[in-house]
Design a protein around this ligand. Structure first.
Ligand SMILES: [Zn+2]
Length: 346
């Protein structure tokens, strides 16, 4: 790491995130952020903690319909509501959600101006939130709002890498026709949220090609993810040459997570983050912002998040990740074959 890069990892969070309170029966709960913050505090990592401010209204409205934002705020002010089966607005949620988006936005702006490397430990997550819909625990699309903030701070091209086990249908929808934002998602398929994660959805109009889905069957281990990153994610980001990489860092592909049937380990997440950092150093002067998305087994979430924090600081992963074998290798071969029509992957 060169001398003029700040060596501390900047942690952005919303200290009163517990005001967004889905209730005791929901896995997306305040203890998630508390477990990560506690683990970061106990780990021997040089961190600086920053309290988030609100996102700018212009950036929020670049992503979401004004009516969606007003609806969310109205639900909050009237005491809260359950949206669908899984998404809650409680009293206090709107402020927490907009400040979560503000955290990622400020981190992106600081990455652009000072090359600060940040991890935004925020909730609620964001990648399922579409222009006009809250779903999948997500109210506001944090990473999408930050992409607009990054652009206002000088980024002409933004790459969003999403390794949450669920497909980020919201992020895909928001940037589907936008050639300046490359969205790459590796996710379990078929799985929540459904058909948005298929291989064939590659973008539209001027954004054709700038949407890369890597659907994987359940049961994939670290090696498949490593292979996807080495053969597809990293080469595509390199070819796209973004000015900043935003990461939808969900840790719910962990083998112990209750919301998936993947078998990724904490070392697997560290290896993915290392890959992102190395390509960022090649193409965008190391500008990377990690944003917490999912991850619902508290101990695994904390361990994985600390591993990725170390990888962000350039520390080596704890152990090397073996490559995939047999059927799992053929899964990656098929993904490479499809995307090689548009991208220089092999
Ligand atoms: Zn998820």
């Amino acid at each position: 790491m060169s001398e003029d890069i700040s060596v501390a990892l900047h942690i952005y969070t919303v200290s009163d995130h517990a005001a967004h309170d889905p209730g005791p029966s929901f896995v997306e709960r305040p203890a998630r952020v508390e477990s990560v913050m506690d683990a970061l505090g106990e780990a021997a990592i040089d961190i600086e903690i920053h309290e988030a401010t609100g996102a700018s209204l212009a950036h929020l409205e670049a992503v979401h319909d004004a009516a969606h934002l007003q609806w969310l705020e109205g639900l909050d002010r009237s005491g809260g509501a359950l949206i669908g089966l899984d998404t809650v607005v409680s009293e206090g949620s709107f402020d927490v959600a907009t400040r979560a988006a503000g955290a990622v936005s400020v981190a992106a702006e600081r990455a652009m101006s000072n090359r600060e490397r940040s991890f935004c430990v925020v909730r609620p997550p964001g990648h399922h939130a579409t222009r006009d819909k809250a779903m999948g625990f997500c109210l506001i699309n944090n990473v999408a709002v930050a992409a607009y903030a990054a652009r206002d701070a000088g980024a002409q091209r933004v790459a969003v890498v999403d390794f949450d086990v669920h497909h980020g249908n919201g992020t895909q929808e928001i940037f589907y026709s936008d050639p300046s934002v490359l969205y790459l998602s590796v996710h379990q398929y078929p799985w929540y949220p459904g058909p948005s994660g298929v291989l064939e959805l590659t973008g539209a109009g001027p954004g054709e090609g700038a949407n890369i889905n890597l659907p994987l069957p359940g049961g994939c281990q670290d090696g498949v993810y490593r292979e996807c990153f080495e053969r597809i994610v990293m080469p595509c980001v390199r070819e796209f040459t973004p000015d900043i990489i935003l990461v939808s860092a969900g840790f719910d592909a962990h083998s112990k997570d209750p919301l998936s049937s993947m078998e990724v380990s904490a070392e697997g997440f560290s290896a993915m983050t290392e890959g992102i950092v190395s390509v960022a150093e090649e193409v965008c002067e190391g500008r990377v912002v990690l944003c917490l998305e999912g991850g619902y087994h508290l101990a695994s979430l904390a361990e994985s998040a600390v591993g990725s924090a170390r990888a962000l600081l350039g520390e080596q992963a704890a152990s090397s990740v073996p490559g995939p074998v047999g059927r799992q290798r053929r899964v990656v071969d098929d993904l490479v074959a499809f995307h090689s029509r548009t991208w220089k992957v092999a």
